[in-house]
Design a protein around this ligand. Sequence first.
Ligand code: N01
Length: 569
Amino acid sequence: MSVAEHQRKAEGTGPASFDVVVVGAGLGGLYALHRLRALGLTVKVFEAGGDVGGTWFWNRYPGCRCDVESMEYSYSFSNELQQEWKWPERYGTQPEILRYINHVAERFDLRRDIEFNCRVVSAFFDDAINQWSVTTERGDVVAATFCIMATGNLSTPRVPEFNGLGSFESDWYHTGLWPHEGVDFSGQRVAVVGTGSSGVQMIPHIAEQAKHLYVFQRTANFSLPACNAPLDPEKERQHKADYPERRRAAYDTPFGIAGYPPPVRKALEATPEERQQAYEEKWATGGNISFLYAFTDLLLDKSANDTAAEFVREKIRRTVRDPAVAELLSPKDHPIGTKRLILDTNYYETYNRDNVTLVDARSDPIEQITPAGVRTRAREYAVDSIAFATGYDAMTGAMLEIDIRTSSGANLREKWSASPRTYMGIMVAAFPNLFMITGPGSPGVKSQMILSIEQHVDWITDCIKQLRSRSLSRVEADEQAEKAWIEHVNEVAGATLYPLANSWYMGANIPGKPRIFMPYVGGVAAYKNKCDEVVADGYQGFLMTSGAVNVTGDGASGDTTADADMSGK
Ligand code: N01
């Protein structure tokens, strides 16, 4: 039912009202809708895109594929679904994953509660009535007791503010906003700007089509062979036979993926020959988690990490024929694995093609986009198209695009101005009844995303169920609990090598963004235990109340009448 229909049904008095509004119809929003509906709640989902899929709806660039194996990167909530669905390859392509998401939407009849092409611009919580008002850019306003931000971590594409971009006379694209009809680069001179996961996946495909491809690389990244292949039917059969147990076991691992034997010793305890053998085996079988699992200390000890980094650099030197190009492609400014470790197919080999030129945008930065191409400090490159693979305002961008406030004066943009503050990446103190799926401070982006999505949605749904069973209607994170959690997140990150990289995990890719390591890297297992303990302790660190409030005279501050004996205990 559309918002307008709902409004009409409510006989035109006030905004349409739901138990829950969900923002985003990607993998998180869809599962949230499914679970909340099963509780008997009324739910409205708003989605900026024209259909379901989130990141997989928007990212249609050539070569786009998931870097987590398809048997893992899928929902676990329905055993029938996971048994029946057939993934053709080890790693799913974007069209294949989107086909799967569409199937899920149809199978569970999800679309009827989703409003598409409808971007949410603000959300306001009124303490006096314990209600969120959510406004879309079309001007629709809906009310809801709970609001769930399923807005994604990599959903705010970023094109750097290059001078002259508006003057470019041909077409330009961003990987995260790729035309649905695809782009034919045949016979063209093409510039690709950016060599993160998106650029590395796209470059070999464009190189095959284009007359000439110029790759503008500012920072070299580590990439490993994906070793993609058609899914082996016997492996698939075995995996499906073990599915429920594998899914359960995934929660006991650091990255949320079962089936990789955990490392047992430190890199520097092994001989150089043993290390070489370990890395060679990982290189030959593919996979980023597998590689980082070679030894226990690769993300903790710089000297240990150097051995793995040097192994990959040597592979690059052996693959790329021009030594100067190989050197430029060899990352030296960050420990391996501290930025998203990329998986590729024929990436380094692509630089052996005659029609591919690597431009060092570090020593010779892009200064301007001209009507005819890209001008660096040293020269102009005439091109017919530019493909920006320049990434996202990650983790906080999508939430901060929405103006989120409360009648008590809380304002998310202000609260997060120095760094994102959350309790467990699920709630933000001073914002009652507002949940996030895989928010900053949770392992989300450092895990198998769908596992983390399911865990958060299950946690949120159980929390709402708990409130209802006690005839309560309001939950909020305690400020002190939030503070303690942030300290813990920072402490854990500080004990690793992660903060040494200028990564989007650190907000380092966005000029002016606070530099703080945002994900929780204590591992999925530790995090899940913490979430379960919080519940077992009566939602420790969360305040659960009836939603009745004492509003002060001017209405500026709402002081919750926390019935202490009901506050989550
Ligand atoms: O974005 P990125 P992405 N001049 O931020 C460069 C996930 N993902 O879209 O490093 C020149 O990683 C920038 O250079 P630098 C995955 O989690 C997953 O590739 O800032 N260059 C960098 O090279 C991934 O980590 C999959 O110096 C400029 C690039 O643009 C995340 O999404 C596939 C520049 C941005 O890299 C983001 O990946 C795709 C400038 N002014 C994405 N500004 C899979 O599952 C930026 N750059 C496989």
